[in-house]
Design a protein around this ligand. Structure first.
Ligand code: GLY
Length: 414
């Protein structure tokens, strides 16, 4: 090789290749997203004040059911907020608690308390199963992270309200009271998530009836909600006298026999958590089988952010559901701790989900109504919340990031 050519190669390597190798520091997905969330959630808090001030409902309604929490974004880009009785009311407060947990900055604790307090009335709401979401994802975190002793009784009251919906002959907790013409006693797969509140109440009070209700519900759901391939029915309707299953249908999925994606995510998270609380290997096996269903499904896109239903008819021209992806990622981090030959793979899938969400699904700073992530789907079958930001997608995103950070720093998750 001629001296001139050698010199040219050396110059090229020094100028272009070496600097780029040096600058390839791995991205810190966790720090990057918490920095983004810190700015975006401050903006969101500002928008909540504006939205409450511009509430055009009549004054009676405003007093009876004030808007307390962001839920999603309207077509015109404005923030949609909900009153305390909405099933999503606890997630924004939960996000603020996660900000406090990550940063330890008292500013977030103060904000978290401000958005948690207005939810207290729901501890006595016996008309829904969603009390785990509403109360345990807000007051539950408050109790865990701060010295707020009155939060204990609020969580306990919510557990009693949830337990009041237990139907002993069918061995399940009733999910919904609405649509009485469609179902007698509907149980949705989502209900698995609310069992965490009951497991906590049992440990805290020593009253094993909370534990027994949760375990019975998990067992009945395991028996009736899953197909052979671990796809789930969304809604199973029970006869509360005989305990028999009346029918298996959907509400938010594409069809009765389809697998609604967020339902799969709730199931994965729910059985992983139930294994944590009981150490019964049957639940661990169930969670692993659900993970296998999701990650071997031919309709799961390469970036691991699923379409809203695994059987949606127009795939690949169907909206994604980022909320299912964040719930799944968070569940996978926990599942990766319980050993087995797939443990490393579970963490890798969760890492890939977070990386792809960060690169391709994130909202714009000080825009998108203050949400963190775009492209979730609430209920396409009901023509509701299609391809929008959703507060629970953001909540499980922060939770998954925190879990990733704790695992990588050898800290306990719970
Ligand atoms: N739990 C209601 C939903 O996932 O849409």
């Amino acid at each position: 090789m001629k001296t001139k050519t050698v010199i040219s190669i050396l110059v090229f390597t020094t100028l272009f290749l070496l600097p780029s190798c040096k600058s390839e520091k791995p991205r810190d997905i966790v720090a990057e997203n918490f920095e983004f969330a810190a700015q975006q959630l401050e903006y969101a808090v500002m928008l909540t004040e504006e939205t409450v001030n511009n509430d055009t409902r009549d004054s009676l309604k405003k007093v009876a059911s004030p808007l307390v929490s962001p839920r999603t974004m309207a077509d015109d880009g404005s923030l949609i907020m909900v009153p305390a009785r909405d099933w999503t009311s606890g997630f924004f407060a939960g996000e603020l608690w996660y900000m406090y947990e990550y940063t330890k900055d008292p500013k977030w604790e103060e904000l978290a308390i401000r958005f948690t307090s207005p939810l207290e009335s729901q501890k006595l709401n016996k008309g829904t199963h969603d009390l785990g979401f509403m109360i345990f994802d807000s007051f539950g975190h408050g109790l865990r992270l701060s010295d707020l002793s009155d939060y204990k009784e609020i969580n306990m009251a919510a557990a009693r309200s949830l337990a009041s919906r237990y139907k002993p002959n069918a061995r399940i907790i009733r999910s919904w009271d609405h649509n009485g013409q469609k179902w007698d006693c509907p149980v949705i797969i989502d209900n698995m998530m609310n069992l965490e509140l009951l497991f906590w109440a049992s440990k805290e009070s020593g009253d094993t009836s909370f534990y027994n209700i949760a375990v019975n519900h998990a067992n009945t759901t395991m028996k009736n909600h899953f197909r052979e391939d671990y796809g789930t029915w969304h809604v199973v309707d029970y006869d509360t006298i005989t305990g028999e299953v009346r029918k298996k249908t959907t509400h938010q999925g594409f069809a009765d026999e389809s697998s609604w994606t967020r339902g799969e995510a709730w199931a994965l998270y729910g059985y992983t958590m139930t294994y944590r609380e009981t150490k019964n290997e049957d639940y661990l096996t169930q969670a692993r089988n659900i993970a296998n269903f999701i990650f071997t499904h031919p309709n799961l896109p390469d970036d691991l952010i699923p379409y809203w239903d695994f059987d949606a008819p127009e795939i690949p021209n169907e909206p994604r559901d980022v909320s299912a992806a964040t719930i799944t990622a968070s569940a996978l981090y926990e599942l990766s701790l319980y050993g087995g030959e797939m443990a490393v793979q579970y963490k890798e899938w969760a890492d890939t989900i977070l990386k792809n969400l960060t690169s391709h699904y994130r909202a714009t700073l000080e825009s998108d109504a203050g949400f963190l992530l775009l492209h979730s789907t609430g209920a396409k079958s009901l023509n509701s919340e299609i391809d929008v930001p959703l507060v629970y997608a953001d909540y499980y995103f922060l939770e998954a990031l925190l879990r990733k950070s704790k695992i990588e720093n050898n800290q306990s998750l719970f």
